[in-house]
Design a protein around this ligand. Structure first.
Ligand code: ADP
Ligand code: MG
Length: 666
């Protein structure tokens, strides 16, 4: 929308606003208050100790100010009001003694006619009554700066540019106009008006998001016919017995869904979700095999180089030896890379494994028909769009090991079909989980030694790499030192974390995989995909620092081989909610239940880790608390997209697809 210059603010103010990304009218108007303060005139006779109160009166001189030190001071004075005299205390505002006119003070009632003042205004109480917005302030940008700028923006005629709802939806839900809602969210005239404004803007936010998503879905699946794969399913069926295990019925069901998609003229755009270790890779392999039978190449994308190499080995073991599998990653010699790319362009490679960078670089297939992206939760809607634009009408299979509760899946992946492996295979071993409410390693040492004597390897996961002095987190370096001291030289300990060079990571992982080292002290880098079958013990430091789903992912690294796994959650937290949370892991190993709990307890942002998750951060709507609105908006968006030629919906849909709306969502 418009530029801020139209507001005729001072250059200084414009600069301040820009600094915090409030650089357009749209952004300013969408800077919703973080909370509200209600100012009421309640008679003193109804006050109770501890109440937040407001009171009008005049300072009775003298004001007694005591300097504590530096800028710290405390001022005490009497306050004359229509309801009698009060004893007031205010901190760090010695200049208050200069005020001689009527003022209104806000603060806490301490009982017995005493008040601790937190704020004051030089106006009569009657002019201040009502609900007032409180904005999140930034270093240089004050509450009143924001209020003034937003007030000016609200007065503009330009607000007419705001895209209003299609009229049928507005009437159906008795919504406010968006313009009205914006006025009331910033300047509510009463609590009912505020409620209406919040309700309208929540719906608007979800509806915009869902409109985009459903439009993508329509484009991807309905419009762009895929490259239909012609292959004989019997060939796949006769290959399955050659796999190192029997597929579970859940895997069979999901495989069917994927093969149907491949054979259909519609483009596949499917999310495959299944808990850690539920066996998604083999499904990817069989889809790749089917694609090969139809004379197309495939790409398998993973988030890390380590995983690329592992998948390369695994894929080869799942595919007939006649298929040509290759892996490409940054640290390969450029000559080798060039060779691979050439062979790829001539279809001398059937499937290429690589990191997600594969897609952004200039990689040309002769005839790519399928892209599988593993650990999909690591990238968002926009990256998916990029992928989608790159690969011409290829089929997409996106895999995630973060079980996503249904409501979340609808929000995040409303543009996808979803398949779920909801059952573990027999060989998935149990992981015994224990919560230890202590951070001392000593009591665990005898256990550690006995595990090592049984040729078991151990992961020790820490929330930080090095000590930063401030947060008292246990870090990789310190814990490694402690372990070396307690265990002596006979036990070999390595460290693995994101700050190591790729080469160093490789070496460390190689040593651990081949059982040369017994203990790997690490961070959450091992969360994704690392597969070492003789490592069956995991000790997680400061477990309360991690999300439940993340702990579950970490725990999924053990119990992958022939032996049962052991997981020790160490935490010194005394917070009851934190302890409750960790106990969920002792009670269940079902990733879906855990994800659902996590969502309930921590909110969506924290589960996935906002930054890498690609999860949209909503301004006002809440995916957990506003599920009804979410579902309603999903259905309305579907309805609009299926009637997208209707003039009633064209302006709304077009506006949603415009840039300015997308920046709000990502
Ligand atoms: P994820 O879903 O986490 O990617 P993987 O595909 O890596 O899981 O599989 C985890 C482990 O389970 C692998 O060692 C794999 O060989 C094994 N596995 C997969 N499916 C089955 C099955 N149906 N029966 C037995 N083992 C299986
Ligand atoms: Mg996997």
């Amino acid at each position: 929308m418009g530029n801020l210059s139209i507001l005729k603010l001072s250059t200084k103010m414009i600069e301040k606003l820009h600094e915090v990304q409030l650089d357009s009218l749209e952004a300013l108007l969408r800077y919703y208050p973080s909370r509200y303060e209600t100012i009421e005139d309640i008679p003193v006779s109804l006050w109770k100790k501890g109440d937040r109160i407001s009171l009008e009166g005049i300072i009775v001189q003298p004001v007694k100010t005591t300097r504590i030190r530096g800028k710290l001071s405390v001022s005490r004075f009497m306050f004359q009001t229509k309801q009698g005299l009060f004893n007031l205390t205010i901190f760090n505002r010695p200049w208050i003694s200069n005020i001689t006119s009527t003022m209104t003070i806000f603060g806490k009632y301490e009982g017995d006619h005493s008040i601790t003042v937190t704020q004051y205004k030089g106006q009569a109480l009657s002019t201040l009554l009502g609900i007032h917005p409180v904005y999140r302030v930034h270093r240089d940008l004050s509450q009143s700066d924001l209020q003034k700028a937003i007030e000016k923006a609200l007065l503009l005629r330009d607000l007419a540019l705001i895209q209003e709802f299609p009229i049928d939806l507005k009437e159906k839900y008795k919504l406010l106009s968006i313009k009205q809602a914006l006025k009331w969210i910033h300047q509510p005239t009463g609590s009912e008006e505020l409620r209406q404004a919040v309700r309208t803007l929540k719906y608007e936010e979800f509806l915009r998001f869902q409109t985009k998503l459903q439009y993508d879905r329509y484009e991807n699946i309905e419009v762009q016919a895929g490259k239909m794969k012609l292959f004989d399913r019997r060939v796949i069926e006769s290959w399955i017995p050659h796999l190192p295990f029997t597929l579970t019925s859940a895997q069979g069901k999901v495989l069917d869904e994927v093969l149907n998609d491949l054979q259909s003229p519609k483009r596949m755009y499917r999310l495959l979700q299944g808990d850690v270790g539920s066996g998604k890779t083999v499904i990817a392999a069989l889809a790749i095999y089917a694609t090969h039978l139809a004379h197309f190449q495939s790409a398998l994308l993973v988030p890390t180089e380590i995983l690329a190499k592992q998948h390369f080995v695994t894929l080869k073991s799942y595919l007939p030896s006649s298929m040509k599998v290759e892996v490409i990653y940054a640290s390969l010699p450029s000559k080798t890379k060039k060779e691979i790319l050439e062979r790829l362009a001539h279809h001398e490679i059937d499937v290429l494994v690589g990191t997600h960078a594969l897609i952004s670089e200039d990689v040309k297939f002769e005839n790519c028909g399928l892209v599988v992206a593993d650990e999909q939760h690591r990238f968002g809607v926009n990256q998916r769009r990029l992928l989608s634009a790159k690969g011409e009408k290829v089929d997409f299979l996106l895999m995630t090991a973060t079980p996503i509760p249904r409501t979340m899946a609808n929000v995040l992946f409303g543009d996808l079909e979803i398949s779920t492996i909801d059952q573990y295979h027999q060989s998935k071993k149990q992981v015994h989980t224990t919560l230890i409410q202590d951070l001392d390693l000593k009591p665990l040492i005898p256990k550690i030694i006995s595990f090592i004597e049984k040729k078991q390897q151990i992961y020790v996961v820490c929330p930080a790499i090095e000590s930063d002095g401030e947060l008292e987190l246990n870090d990789v370096n310190t814990v490694t030192k402690t372990l070396r001291k307690l265990l002596g030289n006979s036990v070999l300990i390595d460290v693995l974390h994101g700050k190591l060079s790729t080469e160093a990571k490789e070496t460390v992982l190689e040593r651990f995989t081949s059982n040369q080292t017994q203990i790997l002290v690490t961070t959450t880098v091992i969360e994704v995909g690392v597969n070492v079958q003789s490592a069956n013990v995991m000790i997680i430091y400061d477990a309360d620092r991690f999300g439940l789903s993340q702990l579950h992912q970490l725990r999924g690294r053990v119990g992958r081989g022939l032996d049962e796994g052991y997981c020790f959650l160490l935490s010194a937290s005394e917070e009851e909610t934190a302890i409750e949370r960790m106990k969920v892991l002792l009670e269940t190993t079902d990733g879906f239940i855990i994800a659902e709990k996590d969502l309930e307890l921590r909110g969506p942002g924290e589960i996935f880790g906002l930054k890498q998750s690609g999860i949209p951060s909503f301004l006002i709507a809440n995916v957990v608390l506003d599920q009804n609105i979410l579902m309603t908006s999903l259905n309305d968006a579907k309805m609009m997209i299926s009637h997208q030629k209707d003039p009633l919906y064209i302006p709304w849909i077009e506006d949603c697809l415009l840039e300015h709306s997308t920046q709000l969502l990502d």
